[in-house]
Ligand binder design. Structure first.
Ligand SMILES: O=c1ccn([C@@H]2O[C@H](COP(=O)(O)O)[C@@H](O)[C@H]2O)c(=O)[nH]1
Length: 307
């Protein structure tokens, strides 16, 4: 799957992923009103509002952006109805030929990780049949449980040509509480980076590995070190925009081939219509505002990369 992701990034000239994190407060009033008229102020109503919101954004970006990253927590909070929309969103993005990175941050003891890997990337056996549950192309994985938690994902990635992004250095302010702790003179995130490099060898695509890493845009110096520690890992870089990450800080996340990283923005794109910069679109045209914000982000990052 990393081959498809790289191919799409090259074709669109956009090392960018749009995060589909549909918080209710960002869903325009008119979308919520229509959904509530149909289903009432219910979990079904919320799910319908999320679906209409996502669909309009996807319709406006699918031709300029290679990938989306739905954040499962934003769907899960609405229970089963939310998860149904998560799945509907994954399927719709596939119809539009987009790569889907499920931001699910799973990982557990081996047997449980196996079930998570099957749920998000694989096929589940039901009687004599093999059925496809959520069907993302990549999933984010938490490495805290070590190889037991990662190996089942690698197995499914190899069977199904899928991929994972392992949390190495996260973008949040307190990520250093554990991740920066020194062990044998090196921060924990460097040890995890070295393991990503090792795990990645078992799951190679043509140039890059199907085992990638998550490194926050908010820690560019660490990104520079980690780029060298895991040369074959694609780096998923959250933290651009709403969390303060800037394009000029991101160049060190890329390899000399101009590839190797894909930068995420969620709120900055999907809630663009609410920003002064894009106010001219108005809430009714929130999808068009998202498209413009995505185009601006692509230009910003390519500008910093000198492309
Ligand atoms: O280190 C990490 C890992 C994941 N995330 C996720 O990315 C998006 C960021 O949203 P923005 O609105 O662009 O800030 C969100 O889904 C996070 O859960 C992260 O931010 N940092």
């Amino acid at each position: 799957m990393i081959n498809k992701l790289v191919d799409k990034i090259v074709k669109t000239n956009a090392p960018v992923v749009v995060g589909l994190d549909p918080m209710m407060k960002y869903i325009p009033e008119h979308v919520q009103k229509e959904a509530f008229e149909q289903y009432g102020e219910t979990l079904e109503g919320a799910a319908e509002a999320i679906w209409q919101y996502n669909k309009a954004i996807i319709d406006n970006i699918y031709d300029i952006v290679p990938a989306v990253k739905p954040q499962i927590a934003m769907y899960e909070q609405f229970g089963i109805e939310g998860l149904k929309v998560f799945k509907k969103t994954v399927d719709y993005c596939h119809e539009k030929d987009m790569v889907v990175i499920g931001d699910v941050k799973r990982g557990d003891i081996g047997s449980t990780s196996e079930a998570y890997a099957v749920a998000h990337l694989g096929k589940v056996k039901v009687g004599s049949k093999l059925l496809t549950p959520f069907d993302e192309d990549f999933a984010t994985v938490n490495p805290y449980l070590g190889s037991d938690g990662i190996n089942p994902f690698i197995k499914v990635c190899n069977e199904e040509d899928k991929g994972i992004f392992i949390l190495v250095k996260t973008s949040n302010p307190s990520s250093g509480e554990f991740q920066d702790q020194l062990i044998d003179g090196k921060p924990l995130y460097e040890h995890v980076g070295a393991k990503v490099n090792e795990w990645g060898r078992q799951c190679m695509g043509d140039t890059y590995s199907n085992v990638g890493a998550v490194v926050g845009a908010t820690y560019p110096e660490m990104g520079k070190v980690l780029r060298k520690v895991m040369p074959k890992a694609y780096i998923l870089v959250p933290g651009y925009g709403a969390q303060g990450g800037k394009a000029e800080d991101l160049t060190a996340f890329f390899n000399p081939d101009g590839l190797g990283a894909i930068v995420n923005s969620s709120r900055g794109i999907i809630a663009a219509y609410a920003k002064d910069e894009y106010a001219k679109f108005g809430a009714k045209n929130f999808g068009e505002a998202s498209r413009q914000a995505a185009l601006d982000m692509i230009a910003d990052i390519n500008g910093a990369l000198g492309k």
